[in-house]
Write a protein that binds this ligand. Sequence first.
Ligand code: AHM
Ligand code: MG
Length: 333
Amino acid sequence: MHGYNVKTLTQFIIERQADFPYATGEFTRLLYHVGVAAKLVNKKVNKAGLVDILGEAGNINIQGEEQKKLDLLANWQFIQALKNSRECCGVASEEDQEIITWDDELSQDGNYIFCMDPLDGSSNIDVNVSIGTIFSIYRRISPRGTKPIMEDFLQPGNKQVAAGYVIYGSSTMLVYTTGRGVYGFTLDPSIGEFCLSHLNILTPDDGNIYSINEGNYNHFPEGVKKYIEYCKQEDKSTKRPYSARYIGSLVSDFHRNLLKGGIFMYPPTASAPKGKLRLIYECNPIAFLAEQAGGVATDGVRRILDIQPESLHQRVPLYVGSKNMVQKLQEFL
Ligand code: AHM
Ligand code: MG
């Protein structure tokens, strides 16, 4: 007889709660609700080709980009789950100009701040290419029992208590860290559970993949241009030329490089002089995961996690991935 021997995300986070002797279960409950939202969004993503939720919703979001319908749906679904958890007092989302807070006592008593890009890589939705959700969790600074304030959201990445992403791909995965390693869970649709599949993910120190939108080459800083040329040079001892791989979904590009070894770069460009990616809900969570897996994340000058955010939707350049590859890039920068 063949049975299952699995550990679900829920089992895992309950088990992990014991690692923190002072844990009250609040954080565990929050993560549990994030897992539920991920499953609900996954269901919608899978159905996207079948029903009328593909395509544009007709609004322009605060970044000046068209909001796709699935973006809105994912945003709504996560916000709903966070509200239901009663552990989250406020949310910052790529899709909302302002922070989201609630008037009820239970929510205001919540200890956690949640920042997210609910559906990253949205230009890939219509063409059946992997997309994702990215999230970052902080403990609030403001007193419990009040509405959170902007300072709660503008904490540097080194204050994150957890970060992760969901990748809606050929299979759906949830990958997260609480600062004690990186763990990956694969959704088993037959039982509707995220099951532990990647224990303590460590990224290789070296790799042979470079990921960058080379269409913007002419506008890259000189150091980045030189590094790209370096990636293309022939040198067997360093596995060069490297392979170029670029999906255009940060979550998917990062996930591949995390497992295989590689470097992801989003430098400043003419249209995005400060880089395109947002510090609070894209770069910080990715940087936290990268470091926990043994990788490095920098904006070229500073460690991403040490940057003091100045505004909610601030953008920064991002260079992240295998330790030695990022180090090499920095020599060129
Ligand atoms: P989005 O949050 O609006 O989807 O934009 C972020 C995405 C990232 O997933 C990806 O790394 C990047 O934008 C791709 O940008 P580009 O098309 O300029 O290469
Ligand atoms: Mg997005």
